[in-house]
Design a binder for this molecule. Structure first.
Ligand code: FRU
Length: 505
């Protein structure tokens, strides 16, 4: 009797296996080669820093729910920007507030005096968001605090005299990105302040002086400015470089909702000047799902590596994933390129990702290719003169007639991603749409590189001059691949497809 009861109970448990019992990283829609948190809510990448062979990724994290809430800093590390190891939460909210976005630097010369042993201090500079102050209707509820780690980021201590930068009476006063400015031997803080950027400098990360403000009349102002970054980038094939200022905006991106613009100019340690006309808008990504991205501090080999949050505030909290919400983009390497219309950013997947390739799948351009699962890298090269009609596109679909189309239109000289029929789009009015990216050049030869995961697609066209990142939620994996309107001979169109290994074991 007892044995049959046990068997019955075991069967009952087995049949009632709930979603939360599906092993993490195997759930429906779970990205297979992108970073996503083991469970619960994630937004912006924070504190990205490289130290002693490890890339640290902190992130806005709410460990108690799959929607936004009291912000912590989640934490993961990687040796190669590809395989991630989840670590315990690094920063918890305290009496000064939630821990909003910010950055981490290696205090090489112990300017803070925090160093005790041989390990260099890692110093986190972040925004405190005081909910009480916000609810009371004050406008000074965001301040900047610091914390430090003397054990390679494994444990963190908040500085006793926080905040290190109090609020001058600006409601949105946040997201400090700190870097070392070698020429002036000072720390520079680039911070978002509502409709502009503020630059501060410091000798010790504790006392900050305002040096200049930028931008209230420049670029796009469709939404509040957030999550800036400032760095110098070489211009490809020259000995020259320029400074790039990234600014995410909460609304008003080219295809709607939140997105990231950039400015190119000069920076003298105190002041940024824009080299383009004030009204010129430059965009990091024309898809709808690349927000709050910034670059790794202290990255080796003088590389500038960027990572964004792969969602959009328009619908991030209601996307149909059950146990977690949101993933990051793949890491991307930034450079500058001279084009006929001026200097522009070129953005490409980091080459480390190529180690995930484990099978090259032959493509017959005349037929639909069926591939076993969804993690794929696809490169297509073709010529405008070989297009059949105005519109060529690659279509990923499934047996339920759900699809994503990624294409190029000759007359408009534009790339697009169309996710109107991509599966579940009902959760938001704005999700179902075709997103457009005007091409920056007009060459006859066109290259499109696609990174396809279970619920996202990233397009790098024209060697990275155009980026588009979009998420989607099909009822089954999109495992049919079809080429439409490409001239189908091996001379006019070349395509290469790799299957990618999962980074989650
Ligand atoms: C951007 C942002 C930041 C803020 C954080 C709060 O997505 O709004 O400005 O620090 O998210 O989670």
């Amino acid at each position: 009797m007892r044995i049959s009861l046990i068997i019955f109970y075991a069967l009952f448990l087995f049949c009632n296996k709930t979603v939360s019992q599906v092993s993490p990283y195997k759930e429906k829609h779970r990205p297979q080669f992108h970073f996503s948190p083991p469970a619960h809510w994630m937004n912006d990448p924070n504190g990205m820093v490289y130290y002693k062979g490890e890339y640290h990724l902190f992130y806005q994290y709410y460990p108690d729910s799959t929607i936004w809430g009291p912000m912590h800093w989640g934490h993961a590390i990687s040796k190669d920007l590809v395989i991630w190891e989840n670590l315990p939460i690094a920063l918890y909210p305290d009496s000064l507030g939630y821990i909003f976005s910010g950055s981490v630097v290696v205090d090489e010369n112990n300017t803070t005096g925090f160093q005790k042993g041989t390990e260099k201090p890692l110093v986190a500079i972040f925004t405190y968001h005081d909910m009480g102050g916000e609810k009371a209707g004050r406008n000074n509820f965001q301040t900047q605090g610091i914390a430090y780690s003397l054990d390679k980021g494994r444990s963190w201590k908040k500085y006793a005299n926080n905040p290190v930068l109090s609020n001058p009476g600006i409601k949105d006063f946040r997201d400090p990105k700190v870097s070392w400015h070698a020429a002036s031997k000072k720390w520079i803080m680039t911070m978002a302040a509502g409709n502009h950027i503020r630059f501060y400098q410091s000798a010790n990360l504790k006392n900050w002086q305002l040096t200049s403000i930028f931008g209230n009349m420049e670029g796009s102002h469709g939404g509040v400015w957030e999550c800036p970054d400032l760095f110098e980038l070489p211009i490809k094939n020259t000995q020259k470089s320029k400074w790039v200022l990234l600014v995410s905006i909460g609304n008003g991106a080219p295809n709607g909702g939140s997105g990231t613009q950039y400015f190119i100019g000069d920076f003298d340690g105190k002041k940024f000047s824009n080299n383009n006309p004030k009204e010129k808008m430059l965009w990091v990504d024309y898809g709808c799902d690349n927000y709050a991205g910034v670059t790794w501090s202290n990255a080796p080999d003088k590389r500038t590596v960027f990572l964004g949050w792969m969602s959009n505030w328009q619908y991030a909290q209601i996307v149909p994933t059950k146990t977690w919400r949101s993933a990051m983009t793949i890491p991307r390497e930034l450079s500058l390129q001279q084009t006929l219309n001026g200097i522009r950013m070129a953005i490409s997947p980091v080459q480390e990702l190529q180690k995930l390739r484990f099978d090259s799948i032959p493509i017959d351009l005349l037929k639909t290719t069926v591939y076993p699962a969804n993690s794929n890298e696809l490169t297509v090269t073709f010529y405008k003169k070989n297009m059949i009609g105005d519109d060529v596109y690659i279509e990923l679909s499934n047996a339920n007639n759900e699809s994503i189309k990624v294409g190029y239109q000759k007359n408009e000289n534009q790339f697009y991603i169309d996710r109107q029929k991509s599966g579940d789009t009902h959760f938001s009015k704005t999700f179902s749409a075709k997103h457009i990216a005007p091409r920056l050049i007009n060459d006859n030869k066109i290259t499109m590189q696609l990174w396809i995961d279970d619920s996202s697609i990233e397009l790098f066209a024209d060697d990275g001059l155009i980026n588009m990142t979009d998420i989607f939620f099909p009822s089954q994996k999109l495992s049919f691949l079809k080429f439409n309107n490409f001239k189908k001979d091996a001379f006019s169109t070349k395509a290469k497809l790799y299957k990618l290994e999962s980074i989650w074991k």
